[in-house]
Design a protein around this ligand. Structure first.
Ligand SMILES: NC(=O)c1ccc[n+]([C@@H]2O[C@H](COP(=O)([O-])OP(=O)(O)OC[C@H]3O[C@@H](n4cnc5c(N)ncnc54)[C@H](OP(=O)(O)O)[C@@H]3O)[C@@H](O)[C@H]2O)c1
Length: 240
Protein backbone atom coordinates (compact mmCIF):
# COMPACT_ATOMS: atom_id res chain seq x y z
CA UNK A 1 0.00 0.00 0.00
CA UNK A 2 1.09 3.62 0.03
CA UNK A 3 0.40 4.58 3.62
CA UNK A 4 2.62 6.78 5.74
CA UNK A 5 3.61 5.02 8.97
CA UNK A 6 5.48 6.25 12.06
CA UNK A 7 6.91 3.67 14.46
CA UNK A 8 8.55 5.14 17.56
CA UNK A 9 11.17 2.83 19.04
CA UNK A 10 11.66 1.32 15.60
CA UNK A 11 15.39 0.63 15.88
CA UNK A 12 15.13 -2.65 17.77
CA UNK A 13 12.94 -5.59 18.74
CA UNK A 14 9.20 -5.23 18.28
CA UNK A 15 9.30 -1.77 16.73
CA UNK A 16 11.78 -2.87 14.08
CA UNK A 17 9.64 -5.93 13.28
CA UNK A 18 6.51 -3.76 12.99
CA UNK A 19 8.29 -1.27 10.74
CA UNK A 20 9.59 -4.06 8.51
CA UNK A 21 6.08 -5.55 8.24
CA UNK A 22 4.58 -2.30 6.92
CA UNK A 23 7.60 -1.66 4.69
CA UNK A 24 7.16 -5.14 3.15
CA UNK A 25 3.69 -4.01 2.10
CA UNK A 26 5.12 -0.99 0.30
CA UNK A 27 4.26 1.65 2.89
CA UNK A 28 6.51 4.63 3.64
CA UNK A 29 7.82 4.00 7.15
CA UNK A 30 9.51 6.43 9.55
CA UNK A 31 11.30 4.96 12.59
CA UNK A 32 12.60 6.72 15.69
CA UNK A 33 14.92 5.94 18.58
CA UNK A 34 17.34 7.79 20.83
CA UNK A 35 20.57 6.17 19.65
CA UNK A 36 21.05 7.70 16.19
CA UNK A 37 23.74 5.21 15.15
CA UNK A 38 21.67 2.14 15.94
CA UNK A 39 18.61 3.79 14.41
CA UNK A 40 20.45 4.51 11.16
CA UNK A 41 21.70 0.93 10.88
CA UNK A 42 18.24 -0.53 11.56
CA UNK A 43 16.55 1.84 9.11
CA UNK A 44 19.04 0.93 6.37
CA UNK A 45 18.44 -2.77 7.03
CA UNK A 46 14.65 -2.54 6.62
CA UNK A 47 14.58 0.39 4.15
CA UNK A 48 12.82 2.76 6.56
CA UNK A 49 13.45 6.48 7.15
CA UNK A 50 15.20 7.31 10.43
CA UNK A 51 14.45 10.36 12.58
CA UNK A 52 16.39 10.37 15.86
CA UNK A 53 14.02 11.40 18.65
CA UNK A 54 13.67 10.82 22.38
CA UNK A 55 9.92 10.45 22.82
CA UNK A 56 10.11 11.79 26.37
CA UNK A 57 11.60 15.14 25.24
CA UNK A 58 8.92 17.67 24.14
CA UNK A 59 11.39 19.65 22.01
CA UNK A 60 12.58 16.58 20.12
CA UNK A 61 9.02 15.36 19.61
CA UNK A 62 8.01 18.76 18.22
CA UNK A 63 10.94 18.56 15.76
CA UNK A 64 9.87 15.04 14.79
CA UNK A 65 6.41 16.35 13.95
CA UNK A 66 7.99 19.10 11.84
CA UNK A 67 10.17 16.62 9.95
CA UNK A 68 7.25 14.37 9.05
CA UNK A 69 5.19 15.51 6.12
CA UNK A 70 1.66 16.86 6.55
CA UNK A 71 -0.01 13.43 6.45
CA UNK A 72 0.11 10.25 8.49
CA UNK A 73 -1.93 7.04 8.33
CA UNK A 74 -0.51 4.82 11.05
CA UNK A 75 1.10 5.81 14.36
CA UNK A 76 2.66 3.03 16.43
CA UNK A 77 3.84 4.17 19.87
CA UNK A 78 6.34 1.37 20.52
CA UNK A 79 9.04 3.37 22.33
CA UNK A 80 9.19 2.15 25.91
CA UNK A 81 11.26 0.22 28.39
CA UNK A 82 11.33 -0.82 32.00
CA UNK A 83 13.58 1.83 33.53
CA UNK A 84 13.93 -0.31 36.66
CA UNK A 85 16.23 -2.50 34.52
CA UNK A 86 18.67 0.40 33.96
CA UNK A 87 22.11 -0.11 35.45
CA UNK A 88 22.24 3.09 37.49
CA UNK A 89 21.44 2.40 41.13
CA UNK A 90 18.35 4.26 42.34
CA UNK A 91 18.58 7.06 44.87
CA UNK A 92 17.54 6.08 48.37
CA UNK A 93 14.35 6.94 50.25
CA UNK A 94 11.28 8.69 48.96
CA UNK A 95 13.35 10.77 46.53
CA UNK A 96 14.50 7.50 44.97
CA UNK A 97 10.96 6.15 44.76
CA UNK A 98 9.78 9.37 43.13
CA UNK A 99 12.60 9.34 40.56
CA UNK A 100 12.07 5.67 39.72
CA UNK A 101 8.33 6.03 39.24
CA UNK A 102 8.69 9.20 37.18
CA UNK A 103 11.23 7.46 34.94
CA UNK A 104 8.81 4.65 34.06
CA UNK A 105 5.86 7.00 33.64
CA UNK A 106 7.97 9.18 31.32
CA UNK A 107 9.30 6.23 29.31
CA UNK A 108 6.03 4.34 28.84
CA UNK A 109 3.10 6.74 29.26
CA UNK A 110 4.19 10.31 28.58
CA UNK A 111 6.31 9.23 25.58
CA UNK A 112 3.14 8.05 23.82
CA UNK A 113 1.09 11.03 25.02
CA UNK A 114 3.66 13.52 23.69
CA UNK A 115 4.11 11.83 20.30
CA UNK A 116 0.40 11.33 19.78
CA UNK A 117 -0.39 14.92 20.72
CA UNK A 118 2.28 16.21 18.33
CA UNK A 119 1.21 14.21 15.26
CA UNK A 120 -2.47 13.30 15.65
CA UNK A 121 -3.58 16.28 13.54
CA UNK A 122 -1.80 14.67 10.58
CA UNK A 123 -3.78 11.41 10.75
CA UNK A 124 -6.03 10.95 7.73
CA UNK A 125 -9.49 9.34 7.91
CA UNK A 126 -9.01 5.58 7.88
CA UNK A 127 -5.91 5.96 10.00
CA UNK A 128 -5.01 4.16 13.18
CA UNK A 129 -3.06 4.61 16.41
CA UNK A 130 -1.54 1.56 18.08
CA UNK A 131 -0.10 1.96 21.58
CA UNK A 132 1.94 -0.84 23.11
CA UNK A 133 1.31 -1.86 26.70
CA UNK A 134 2.38 -4.97 28.57
CA UNK A 135 1.04 -8.01 30.35
CA UNK A 136 2.78 -6.39 33.33
CA UNK A 137 -0.19 -4.00 33.52
CA UNK A 138 -2.36 -6.89 34.74
CA UNK A 139 -0.06 -7.44 37.71
CA UNK A 140 0.86 -3.81 38.23
CA UNK A 141 2.90 -3.98 41.39
CA UNK A 142 5.70 -2.09 39.65
CA UNK A 143 5.91 1.42 38.25
CA UNK A 144 6.45 -0.17 34.81
CA UNK A 145 3.19 -2.14 35.05
CA UNK A 146 1.31 0.85 36.44
CA UNK A 147 2.58 3.05 33.59
CA UNK A 148 1.42 0.49 31.01
CA UNK A 149 -1.98 0.20 32.76
CA UNK A 150 -2.35 3.99 32.57
CA UNK A 151 -1.42 3.84 28.89
CA UNK A 152 -4.26 1.36 28.29
CA UNK A 153 -6.75 3.58 30.13
CA UNK A 154 -5.62 6.64 28.18
CA UNK A 155 -5.93 4.73 24.88
CA UNK A 156 -9.63 4.06 25.53
CA UNK A 157 -10.28 7.78 25.97
CA UNK A 158 -8.14 8.64 22.96
CA UNK A 159 -10.31 6.36 20.84
CA UNK A 160 -13.39 8.42 21.70
CA UNK A 161 -11.56 11.59 20.64
CA UNK A 162 -10.23 10.40 17.28
CA UNK A 163 -13.18 8.15 16.37
CA UNK A 164 -15.30 10.93 14.89
CA UNK A 165 -12.43 11.67 12.47
CA UNK A 166 -12.45 8.07 11.21
CA UNK A 167 -9.33 7.11 13.14
CA UNK A 168 -9.08 4.08 15.45
CA UNK A 169 -6.96 3.81 18.61
CA UNK A 170 -6.10 0.54 20.32
CA UNK A 171 -3.48 -0.90 22.64
CA UNK A 172 -1.63 -4.16 22.03
CA UNK A 173 -0.55 -5.78 25.28
CA UNK A 174 2.28 -8.27 24.65
CA UNK A 175 3.21 -11.09 26.97
CA UNK A 176 6.83 -12.25 27.07
CA UNK A 177 8.39 -11.77 23.62
CA UNK A 178 11.85 -13.23 22.98
CA UNK A 179 14.54 -11.85 20.65
CA UNK A 180 14.39 -8.20 21.70
CA UNK A 181 16.69 -6.05 23.88
CA UNK A 182 13.97 -5.47 26.47
CA UNK A 183 15.57 -7.44 29.31
CA UNK A 184 19.18 -6.31 28.58
CA UNK A 185 20.29 -9.92 29.14
CA UNK A 186 18.97 -9.82 32.72
CA UNK A 187 16.22 -12.44 32.30
CA UNK A 188 17.25 -15.57 34.17
CA UNK A 189 16.68 -18.96 32.53
CA UNK A 190 14.41 -19.91 35.43
CA UNK A 191 12.23 -16.82 34.94
CA UNK A 192 12.19 -17.33 31.17
CA UNK A 193 10.95 -20.90 31.62
CA UNK A 194 8.27 -19.71 34.07
CA UNK A 195 7.01 -17.12 31.58
CA UNK A 196 6.77 -19.76 28.85
CA UNK A 197 5.14 -22.27 31.22
CA UNK A 198 2.42 -19.68 31.92
CA UNK A 199 1.29 -19.72 28.27
CA UNK A 200 -1.32 -22.12 26.86
CA UNK A 201 0.69 -22.80 23.72
CA UNK A 202 4.02 -23.43 25.40
CA UNK A 203 6.14 -20.87 23.64
CA UNK A 204 7.56 -17.39 23.95
CA UNK A 205 6.07 -14.67 21.79
CA UNK A 206 7.94 -13.64 18.65
CA UNK A 207 8.34 -10.11 17.27
CA UNK A 208 6.34 -11.26 14.23
CA UNK A 209 3.34 -11.96 16.52
CA UNK A 210 3.22 -8.26 17.42
CA UNK A 211 4.06 -7.08 13.90
CA UNK A 212 1.22 -9.08 12.36
CA UNK A 213 -1.30 -7.96 15.00
CA UNK A 214 -0.31 -4.32 14.49
CA UNK A 215 -0.61 -4.73 10.74
CA UNK A 216 -4.09 -6.22 11.17
CA UNK A 217 -5.24 -3.31 13.38
CA UNK A 218 -4.25 -0.94 10.57
CA UNK A 219 -6.12 -2.99 7.94
CA UNK A 220 -9.56 -2.45 6.42
CA UNK A 221 -10.88 -5.50 8.29
CA UNK A 222 -10.23 -3.86 11.68
CA UNK A 223 -12.11 -0.59 11.22
CA UNK A 224 -14.71 -1.41 13.90
CA UNK A 225 -12.08 -2.35 16.47
CA UNK A 226 -11.25 0.72 18.53
CA UNK A 227 -10.76 1.64 22.18
CA UNK A 228 -9.62 -1.93 22.92
CA UNK A 229 -6.74 -3.70 24.62
CA UNK A 230 -5.63 -6.68 22.53
CA UNK A 231 -3.70 -9.25 24.52
CA UNK A 232 -1.01 -11.12 22.56
CA UNK A 233 0.46 -13.54 25.06
CA UNK A 234 -0.29 -17.18 24.14
CA UNK A 235 -2.90 -17.34 26.92
CA UNK A 236 -0.60 -16.26 29.74
CA UNK A 237 -3.29 -13.75 30.67
CA UNK A 238 -6.90 -14.28 29.64
CA UNK A 239 -9.66 -11.69 29.76
CA UNK A 240 -12.20 -14.21 31.19
N1 LIG B 1 9.86 -7.85 24.83
C1 LIG B 1 8.88 -8.07 25.68
O1 LIG B 1 8.79 -9.15 26.29
C2 LIG B 1 7.82 -7.02 25.91
C3 LIG B 1 6.67 -7.42 26.61
C4 LIG B 1 5.67 -6.48 26.85
C5 LIG B 1 5.79 -5.20 26.35
N2 LIG B 1 6.92 -4.82 25.67
C6 LIG B 1 6.97 -3.44 25.18
O2 LIG B 1 7.29 -3.46 23.80
C7 LIG B 1 7.96 -2.25 23.45
C8 LIG B 1 9.20 -2.59 22.65
O3 LIG B 1 10.10 -3.32 23.47
P1 LIG B 1 11.17 -4.35 22.87
O4 LIG B 1 10.96 -5.64 23.57
O5 LIG B 1 11.14 -4.34 21.39
O6 LIG B 1 12.52 -3.72 23.45
P2 LIG B 1 13.83 -3.17 22.70
O7 LIG B 1 14.36 -4.21 21.78
O8 LIG B 1 14.70 -2.68 23.80
O9 LIG B 1 13.31 -1.92 21.82
C9 LIG B 1 12.93 -0.70 22.41
C10 LIG B 1 12.97 0.37 21.34
O10 LIG B 1 12.45 1.59 21.89
C11 LIG B 1 13.43 2.62 21.72
N3 LIG B 1 13.25 3.57 22.81
C12 LIG B 1 13.28 3.35 24.14
N4 LIG B 1 13.04 4.48 24.81
C13 LIG B 1 12.83 5.44 23.87
C14 LIG B 1 12.52 6.82 23.92
N5 LIG B 1 12.41 7.48 25.09
N6 LIG B 1 12.36 7.49 22.77
C15 LIG B 1 12.47 6.86 21.58
N7 LIG B 1 12.76 5.57 21.47
C16 LIG B 1 12.94 4.87 22.60
C17 LIG B 1 14.77 1.89 21.69
O11 LIG B 1 15.80 2.62 21.04
P3 LIG B 1 16.81 3.58 21.89
O12 LIG B 1 17.20 2.80 23.12
O13 LIG B 1 17.94 3.89 20.96
O14 LIG B 1 16.02 4.79 22.21
C18 LIG B 1 14.37 0.68 20.85
O15 LIG B 1 14.29 1.01 19.47
C19 LIG B 1 8.22 -1.49 24.76
O16 LIG B 1 7.24 -0.47 24.92
C20 LIG B 1 8.05 -2.57 25.82
O17 LIG B 1 7.63 -2.01 27.05
C21 LIG B 1 7.93 -5.72 25.43
Amino acid sequence: MDRIVLVTGGSSGLGKAVAARFRADGDTVFVTGRDAGRLGRAAAEIDARPIACDATDPGQVARLADELGPDLDVLVNMAGRNTDLDDDSPAEGLEGVLAAWRANLDANLLSAVLTTTAVRGKLRPGGTIVNVGSIGAEYASSSYGAAKAALAAWTAGLSSEVGPKGVTANLISPGYIADTDFFHGKLSEQRREALIDATHNGRAGRPADIADTTFFLASAGARHITGQTLHVNGGAHTTR
